[in-house]
Design a binder for this molecule. Structure first.
Ligand SMILES: Cc1cc2nc3c(=O)[nH]c(=O)nc-3n(C[C@H](O)[C@H](O)[C@H](O)COP(=O)(O)O)c2cc1C
Length: 185
């Protein structure tokens, strides 16, 4: 795929199914993350792969988190938590791994992790796979973070749902001048 076509047309795919990317295809996507702009070359990102039956374990972790946050959680909500990770055959948890640095503030490191995440999503699109970046309450939940093994200096920037899609929607671009002002003219 032409690079500009990718950048101009990429869309999310909320409905995802098998087949998931193979291990080799996933590696190709992760290679793209390495080209994220990265002040100080800190590489402040990592990814956790959750696929197959591990998705059910993630659903159980969501239930545990939901119960810890609200003891009176109802059955409907429990069922919803269990189903959430089944929205795609593969999930990558994108994590910002920040550190105290004299020149690179935390916000820059989190932005870099976001760029790395978007690079993976763009690579997926270029390879014909669908992807959807989601966060929601579980991305910020301490029980979920602990269950996934996050350290104190780490935060979830997104759950990247990956899989195959029947079609990508097409989008109409807004005039680019709506996002641009010229200063000093
Ligand atoms: C940090 C971040 C978190 C997001 N979280 C959610 C989410 O929890 N649920 C959701 O429906 N979309 C979420 N989105 C937006 C979707 O990934 C997607 O970009 C949006 O639906 C627009 O679709 P498009 O990417 O095709 O333009 C999030 C995007 C970002 C960058």
């Amino acid at each position: 795929m032409d690079a500009l076509e990718l950048l101009h047309k990429r869309v999310s795919a909320p409905v995802l199914m098998e087949p998931a990317p193979t291990a080799e295809q996933l590696d190709t996507m992760l290679l793209a993350a390495q080209r994220a702009p990265d002040h100080g070359e800190l590489k402040p990102w990592r990814f956790i792969l959750i696929d197959g039956d591990a998705r059910h374990a993630l659903g159980e972790l969501y239930v545990k988190a939901g119960k810890a946050a609200n003891a009176t959680i109802d059955d409907e909500k429990i069922a919803k938590f269990k189903k959430m990770p089944l929205r795609a055959p593969m999930i990558l948890v994108a994590i910002a791994v920040t550190q105290d640095h004299p020149k690179v503030p935390e916000v820059e490191q989190v932005i870099t992790a976001g760029c790395a995440t978007q690079a993976v999503i763009q690579a997926a699109y270029a390879m014909g796979f669908g992807a959807m970046w989601r966060t929601g309450e579980m991305a910020f939940d301490p029980t979920v973070k602990a269950g996934l093994g996050l350290q104190a200096h780490e935060q979830i920037v997104g759950f990247i749902y990956l899989g195959s899609t029947k079609r990508f929607r097409s989008v109409e671009a807004v005039p680019t001048r709506e996002m641009l002002t010229v200063w000093g003219a």
